[in-house]
Write a protein that binds this ligand. Sequence first.
Ligand code: GLA
Length: 396
Amino acid sequence: MTAARWVVPAEERTVADTAEALFRSTFGGAADGVWAAPGRVNLIGEHVDYAGGLVLPFALPYVTVVAVRVRDDGILHAVSTHTGESWRGALADVAPGHPSGWAAYVAGVAWALRRSGLLTAGTGFEVAVHSTVPVGSGLSSSAALECAFALAVADLAGLPTDESGRRPLIDASIRAENEIAGASTGGMDQSVAMLARPGHALLLDCRDGASRHVPLDFRSAGARLVVVDTNAPHRLVDGQYGNRRAAVEKACADLGVATLRDVADADAAVAALSSPAAQRARHVLGEIGRVREVADLLDRGRIADLGDALNRSHASLRDDYEVSSVELDSAVDAAVEAGAWGARMTGGGFGGSAIALVPLDRVDAVTENIVRRAESASLPTPQFLSAEPSGSAHRL
Ligand code: GLA
């Protein structure tokens, strides 16, 4: 059997050195500055951000770093260590689908900031990107890139970057993802990348944008939150995410409410819908309740009691929302079997990552059981990441 493989977070300075070296070798000379933004996991509140729900994500100690220099000709030239590819083009020509791939996240942010009047037409950028957020693992590598670059642009333009100054940057990052990259995601990932605080989860109300930092200290509870990257191969799932969003919108129209959050009587609402809208709505309404339950337990310092809500969240995502996968179910079942207090898929689903809340003396048993079960079912071998609640986007 393969031993559990841990992806240890690199020192941020080391990540920055790599981005700056790429900058120098591509563009010559030094960048104007270097900015970092984190990946995230969601503790609970899945597939509810676009339904006006409550979410409880926190930032990971894995970051995307951008080294950026301003130019005065409206051209964006971006290069990344991830693919080795670069993209060069006029910001005036950025439009839905152009550019595609990772460059859409950078160009899309500049496009959105121009549209909102925060970036002048003549301004362009040279950008070098290096990231330790695993790509395609459901840990929001795209939001990390958008937010690192948005903060860079704001700093270089002398815009405020305090919490309220970050709101338009979050909006620009969401627009980049929705309108230029064409992924109809909600705003959870960009919000936590911009607002997270070390040692805390972010309780975010996606109906009005209000947020609160909730203390989250796994170690003091004698536990560890383990992130399981299933390494599941990419699937054609874009349509599935959009399909769930559309189902939620249809349920709202049928019920005559603006968002599912506005439903007063959950049981009556579910009873009024037909299948599968009823199951989708039951997930969303139940999940919002579970976020309240978990936030309340955290407020009372009861981390050891979170497990049951995590398990119920996973069952609901698997059975009612149907966004889990055989790899995620395997990881979650194996974690609980080996002594995790609770486990669930995290992020959009259909592959990607799960989280498990594990007492410290069971961490090895849990990770080994997850690997053993995956290998015996001929699934990809998962890898494990550390989940210390970390800070938001910042300048180095
Ligand atoms: C992805 C999206 C988020 C959110 C989650 C599911 O991560 O980017 O906006 O919808 O899926 O909770």
